[in-house]
Design a binder for this molecule. Structure first.
Ligand code: DSN
Length: 424
């Protein structure tokens, strides 16, 4: 750090400011968290220098004896934690993980059935502006307009009509439990692969607070930095055998591995893989289970408080770490997001089911509790935070209210510090 301060003060000072911003605000972005110092330490190492194209003991470069050991430990930990037959730790991100799976299982132009983006699907689940929507023929299922829960009748009918090769049981802003068994029944009916992108709920799944995608799914992708609280990155878990091609030349595990490398990536980020190994070990501890339980409790309390304030919470609540609110009666979601940020409350704007507004300025905001729970906030404080947010949202033009909220946020941040011993 001292060295960076001297050699590049411009970047050093900006990093310092960003660390300060993270410490001084309440991060309520559902996909963000505070990785441990152990995770951060593993990333900031000369492992970043190494080329390791290939897989443990099958590399294209020399000098990988220690890297092999690290990646093998990461693979074994992922398999154990996720009860998976096969794990690939190399995807640089969740988007890369999804791209690798598509490359492994389907061909350009093939049919994939995904979850409607406005209902909570992700960009890589078939958005027209994303590679997924451009390369593959996507169709979608959505939510019931009344309950705002996944409409399995619609999903089944869509699958029977569309005959996809791959079905995604995958979400990015859906606050309810996913029924992987029901998805599997549909996939079986149309002889499709079933993939779950559990980027958001991975921590909940391994802690036992969300039904497990295995044995129902063929492949599972996730990021490692959301509820899992690790470094920014992705990973893929799968079965070994290919259910739809049992006598094929390659197993499902081999297809996935070659989908990642050489399919879509070159050299893996071994410093990040080391940090993934560290986070997977952390996720095996009883304290991680306790943490995930609190994440959900905090989200439920926040949903309850928003409802008490008369705000519309999509699907009327949450089962997981996030909730989506319709803020359209009070103003533009972009303005609301920015005003909340000025008060030190970070959220992201989000589409709501059947949204009629444009993705850049949709009708909702998404709120998540992983990061505030890492700071140590419990039900009482989560309720207080939701109350402050609701007051601000409902009075978005009131200078008086804005003035009142900011010092309250500061008090909470001070009571629940983060990265206190972080040397920067
Ligand atoms: N952008 C992430 C999220 O916020 O959910 C998903 O990739």
């Amino acid at each position: 750090m001292k060295n960076l301060k001297k050699t590049d003060p411009e970047i050093y000072n900006l990093i310092k400011k960003e660390i300060r911003r993270q410490k001084d605000g309440l991060v309520l972005i559902a996909s963000e968290n505070y990785a441990s110092q152990a995770v951060l330490s593993a990333m900031a190492t000369p492992l970043s220098n190494k080329y390791s194209e290939g897989y443990p003991s099958k590399r294209y470069y020399s000098g990988n004896e220690f890297i092999d050991k690290i990646e093998t430990i990461a693979i074994e930990r992922a398999k154990k934690l996720f009860k998976a037959e096969h794990a690939n730790l190399q995807p640089h991100s969740g988007a890369q993980a999804n791209a690798a799976v598509y490359l492994a299982l389907v061909k350009p132009g093939d049919k994939i059935l995904g979850f409607d983006l406005s209902c909570g699907g992700h960009l890589t689940h078939g958005s027209k502006v994303n590679f997924s929507g451009k390369l593959y023929d996507f169709s979608y299922y959505g939510v019931d307009p009344k309950t705002e829960l996944i409409d399995f009748k619609e999903a089944r009918e869509a699958a029977l009509k569309f005959q996809p090769k791959l079905i995604l049981a995958s979400t990015t802003s859906y606050s309810r439990t996913l029924d992987f068994k029901k998805f599997r029944e549909i996939a079986d009916e149309v002889k499709a692969y079933l993939m779950a992108d559990i980027a958001h709920i991975a921590g909940l799944v391994v802690a036992g607070f969300h039904p497990h995608p295995f044995p129902f799914c063929d492949v599972v992708t996730t990021t490692t930095h959301k509820t899992l609280r690790g470094p920014r990155g992705g990973l893929i878990l799968s079965k070994t055998k290919d259910r739809l091609d049992p006598k094929g030349k390659f197993t499902l595990a081999q297809k996935i591995d070659s989908g990642v490398f050489p399919g879509i990536q070159g050299g893996p980020l071994e410093h990040v893989i080391a940090a993934k190994a560290v986070c997977l070990k952390e996720a095996m501890k009883p304290s991680f289970k306790k943490y995930q339980k609190q994440v959900i409790l905090n989200a439920k309390i926040m949903a309850d408080e928003f409802l008490k304030h008369g705000l519309k919470v999509i699907s009327n609540g949450t089962d997981n770490h996030l909730l989506v609110i319709d803020v359209s009666p009070f103003g533009e979601s972009k303005t609301i997001q920015d005003e909340l940020a000025m008060a030190g409350l970070y959220v992201n704007r989000n589409a709501i089911p059947f949204d009629t507004k444009q993705p850049y300025n949709p009708s909702g905001i998404r709120i998540g509790t992983p990061a505030i729970t890492t700071r140590g906030l419990k039900e009482k404080e989560a309720r207080q935070v939701a109350c402050l947010m609701a007051e601000l949202i409902k009075n978005i033009s009131s200078r008086r209210i804005k003035k009142q909220i900011k010092p309250e946020v500061k008090k909470i941040v001070k009571r629940f510090p983060i990265y206190e011993d972080f040397q920067w």
